[in-house]
Design a protein around this ligand. Structure first.
Ligand code: MN
Length: 447
C-alpha cells in the first residue's frame, strides 16, 4: 500500500483535459472518493470519484458491467448511500478499483471500461455531497505538541504540557450526529461559561448565554477501513491497512463553554454542536509519495514498544500542506476574497495516524468500517502556523487582522465562514488536493 507504482507516475495523463489543468486538486494520480447526488435533486445518494472538473458516478459504472473481478465488486459496494461496505473490503479491493479507474482514464486507453467511465461522468459544478459513511463512532485526538503547548499556556500556565502527552496519543470520544459536510451552517452555541475568572478565593459564577469565544480547529479526518473484533488489538505494523484515507475536518470549539465544563471528564457541549468535514477522501494509496520518516528528538520520551516499529519510523508521517481562510459577511457583501489566517503542514504532528489506530484498539475497543478520527488540531512550530484562533490571538488578547477587509478578530463572529484547504506537493510527483471544508456561523437562537 505504501509502495510507489504506476498510479503515482507524475507523467501519466488522462484523456480528460481538465485532469491536467494547472492547480487542479484532482489529477489522474489522486482519484478521491465521496458520496453525492445532483444538486437539488431527489436522486439516490451514491459513491463517486473525482477526476479534473468531473466526477465518475460509481453506481452507473457498476451497472455498466464493464469492470471485472474485485474492481467490479468494489464499484458495486460504492453504488449506495454510504461507503461503509467498500471501506470494510480492505486495501486489495481499494487498490483494484483505483487501478481499474486509472487504466480507464489514461490517455490512449480504449475499450468497454473507457466507454463506461466516459458515460458515467458528471460535472462537479452540478453536484452536492453528504457525509460519506454512516459514522458509528467519532474520536477526536490531541496530537500536536505545539497546539498542546500553546493552549496549555493559556489554560494551565504553570504546566502547559500534561505529563501523559509525550507517551499517549490522547483522545476523547466525540459526537457523530452533528458531523456535516462542507457547506454546513450552524447556530452559535448557547451554554454555560465563566464570564470572567473568579477572584482568588471567590466562588466561580457561571452565566448562561451565547458562546463568546467561538473557534475552529484545523484537523485531518482519518477514515477507518476494516475494523477489529472486540478485545483484539491492531499491531502498529498492520494499522495502515485499517485506514481507508484522509480528508479535512474542522472541530469547531466553543472555548468559554469548553474550559468551564471540561474538568474532569473532557469536552462536551463545547465541541459537540458541529464538526465540518470535506466531502472528498484521499486514499491511503494516493498518499504514498508524500510519506516521511517519523522521528522523535533523542532527548524526548520514545514511544513504548507497542507504539514503535520500523515501518512507522521509516514512513509513518505525512507531508500535507494546510491552510485556513476566513470569509466574513462584509467580505461577501463587498465581493472581497477570503483572508488566509494560517498555513502549516501535518508533518509536525507528534503522533502518526497508525499510532492513533493502534492506541485506540489496544485496550480492547473495536473499531468499525466508516468510523472517523479527528487527528487533533494541527499546529506547526511557529506562532503563525497555529491551527486554532485561540492560539493565533494568544487567548483573544492579540486580535488578528483579516487582510482583505481590514477587520479584526479575537474569536469568530456570526456570518464568518471558515474554509480549510489541503494539498500534497513534492518534486517529481503530481500535486494532489483535498478540496475544501467550509462552514458558516449563524446567529444564536433568539438573536
Ligand atoms: Mn479537536
Amino acid at each position: 500500500m505504501h509502495a510507489l507504482n504506476h498510479t503515482h507516475d507524475a507523467g501519466a495523463r488522462s484523456w480528460l483535459a481538465s485532469a491536467q489543468a494547472a492547480g487542479t486538486d484532482f489529477p489522474l494520480q489522486n482519484l478521491p472518493f465521496s458520496v453525492f447526488r445532483r444538486q437539488g435533486s431527489s436522486e439516490a445518494l451514491r459513491g463517486g470519484v473525482a477526476i479534473g472538473d468531473q466526477l465518475i458516478c460509481l453506481a452507473a459504472l457498476a451497472r455498466s458491467g464493464a469492470l471485472q473481478g474485485l474492481a467490479a465488486q468494489a464499484a458495486s459496494a460504492c453504488a449506495q448511500a454510504t461507503l461503509n461496505d467498500f471501506f470494510a473490503m480492505g486495501p486489495a479491493a481499494w487498490q483494484a478499483l483505483r487501478h481499474a479507474l486509472f487504466a480507464a482514464l489514461k490517455q490512449g486507453a480504449s475499450g468497454p471500461a473507457v466507454d463506461a467511465v466516459r458515460a458515467a461522468l458528471i460535472p462537479l459544478a452540478g453536484i452536492e455531497h453528504t457525509v460519506p459513511t454512516r459514522i458509528g463512532d467519532y474520536t477526536d485526538f490531541y496530537t500536536s505538541i505545539h497546539h498542546a503547548r500553546n493552549v496549555g499556556a493559556i489554560t494551565r500556565p504553570d504546566a502547559p504540557l500534561t505529563p501523559n502527552f509525550q507517551w499517549i496519543p490522547i483522545a476523547y470520544h466525540g459526537r457523530s450526529s452533528s458531523i456535516g459536510v462542507s457547506g454546513q451552517a450552524f447556530r452559535r452555541p448557547m451554554g454555560q461559561a465563566l464570564a470572567a475568572p473568579p477572584a482568588p478565593g471567590a466562588r466561580p459564577q457561571p452565566v448562561y448565554g451565547p458562546c463568546a469565544r467561538l473557534d475552529f480547529e484545523l484537523e485531518l479526518a482519518i477514515w477507518i477501513g476494516p475494523g477489529n473484533a472486540p478485545g483484539e488489538p491492531i499491531p502498529l505494523a498492520q494499522a495502515d491497512g485499517h485506514i481507508f484515507g484522509y480528508g479535512l475536518l474542522n472541530d469547531w470549539s466553543a472555548r468559554d463553554i469548553q474550559f468551564w465544563e471540561m474538568a474532569p471528564l473532557g469536552p462536551f457541549l463545547g465541541k459537540n454542536f458541529c464538526t465540518t468535514i470535506s466531502p472528498w477522501i484521499v486514499t491511503q494509496e494516493a498518499m504514498a509519495p508524500y510519506r516521511l520518516p517519523f522521528t522523535r528528538p533523542a532527548d524526548e520520551p520514545q514511544p513504548l514498544t507497542y507504539l514503535d516499529g520500523a515501518g512507522n519510523r521509516e514512513r509513518g508521517a505525512l507531508s500535507i500542506e494546510l491552510e485556513v481562510l476566513v470569509e466574513s459577511q462584509q467580505m461577501r457583501a463587498q465581493g472581497l476574497a477570503p483572508s488566509r489566517i494560517t498555513r502549516t503542514n501535518f508533518r509536525h504532528q507528534y503522533w502518526t495516524a497508525a499510532q492513533m489506530v493502534t492506541q485506540h484498539a489496544m485496550g480492547g475497543c473495536n473499531l468499525q468500517a466508516g468510523d472517523l478520527f479527528g487527528s487533533g488540531t494541527i499546529s506547526g512550530p511557529t506562532p503563525d502556523q497555529a491551527g486554532a484562533i485561540i492560539e493565533l490571538t494568544k487567548g483573544g488578547k492579540s486580535p488578528i487582522t483579516l487582510d482583505s477587509s481590514g477587520e479584526q478578530r479575537s474569536f469568530l463572529h456570526d456570518g464568518d465562514a471558515v474554509i480549510l484547504r489541503g494539498w500534497c506537493d513534492k518534486p517529481g510527483f503530481a500535486r494532489i488536493g483535498f478540496g475544501e471544508s467550509r462552514g458558516t456561523i449563524l446567529p444564536p437562537i433568539g438573536a
